[in-house]
Design a protein around this ligand. Structure first.
Ligand code: KIV
Length: 274
């Protein structure tokens, strides 16, 4: 299969920052949505461990494992021609040992990912260096790191205090120095995100991190309005899929019950002339 001429690579993502072009990212977990996102021009498709929340209905991302991430990565990669496919390394798939981290990242690449994402800095830096050394591109994730939700005490705004903003900055610089090609910054004050974005040479992709990041990412189901719950402040709904899907299904239920569906146009007859 030929590679599209404008295929997004980690190198191209980094060049976009240099040119001041915004980087557009969304999550996807299956083939049909991956295809739509790719055809619509999204630059990076993240097979996020948020699959735990929006596909499996779990309360946190902690319960999702390598098997599910490999499975969803394979489905997404099948639908993508142009976008860069990044897969999340799930909780405890990269913290236990360097060997395990390399093996698990390799499984995601073999399933079709072109890069992996992992959360945090500090002890994770050595892992980033080793993965990059193995030829596996790595995206960092700072600010609100959902795999640490219990340590953080909930899905709260991070880096409020000056000393926390200082640490955010040094962590971002350390991830860049370790070889990350980009960093996700989640739920931090816009001013702190702006400072990090200006301070590091690699792209900073924000989610709930204000307008001055090099790019933006949202969870697909949130921006499509798949759930009726009140969305987070940082989510903008671009569709109302919950309402539309419910209406469509209710119409189908009524038509089947009333004998209106299937009509002759959806049926086969032995009489060819009919
Ligand atoms: O898992 C995910 O969807 C993410 C995004 C929120 C960035 O990590």
């Amino acid at each position: 299969m030929a590679t599209p001429i404008d295929k997004v690579t980690t190198l191209r993502v980094m060049k976009k920052k240099m040119r001041g072009e915004k980087i557009v990212c969304l999550t996807a977990y299956d083939y049909p949505f991956a295809r739509i996102l790719d055809e619509a021009g999204v630059d990076i498709i993240l097979v996020g461990d948020s699959v735990a929340n929006v596909v499996y209905g779990m309360k946190t991302t902690i319960g999702i494992g390598m098997e599910e991430m490999v499975y969803h990565t394979r489905a997404v990669a099948s639908g993508v021609k142009r976008a860069l496919v990044v897969s999340d390394m799930p909780f405890l798939s990269y913290q236990v040992s360097l060997e395990q981290a390399i093996e698990n990242a390799g499984r995601l690449l073999k399933a079709g990912a072109e890069a992996v994402k992992l959360e945090g800095a500090g002890p994770v830096l050595e892992t980033v260096r080793r993965l990059v050394g193995c030829g596996i591109p790595v995206m960092g994730h700072l600010g609100l790191t959902p795999q640490s939700v219990h340590k953080l005490g909930g899905y709260r705004l991070q880096a409020r205090r000056p000393e926390e903003q200082e640490k955010l900055l040094t962590d971002a610089q350390a991830l860049a120095a370790a070889g990350c090609f980009a960093i996700i910054l989640e739920k931090v004050p816009a001013e702190a995100a702006s400072r990090v974005t200006k301070a590091v040479q690699i792209p900073v992709i924000g989610i709930g991190a204000g307008p001055e990041c090099d790019g933006q990412i949202l969870v697909l189901q949130d921006m499509l309005g798949m759930f009726e719950d009140e969305p987070y402040k940082f989510v903008k709904r671009y569709a109302e899929l919950n309402r539309m899907t419910r209406q469509a299904v209710q119409e189908y239920v009524a038509e089947v019950r009333q004998g209106k569906f299937p009509g002759p146009e959806h049926s086969f007859y032995t009489d060819e002339n009919r």
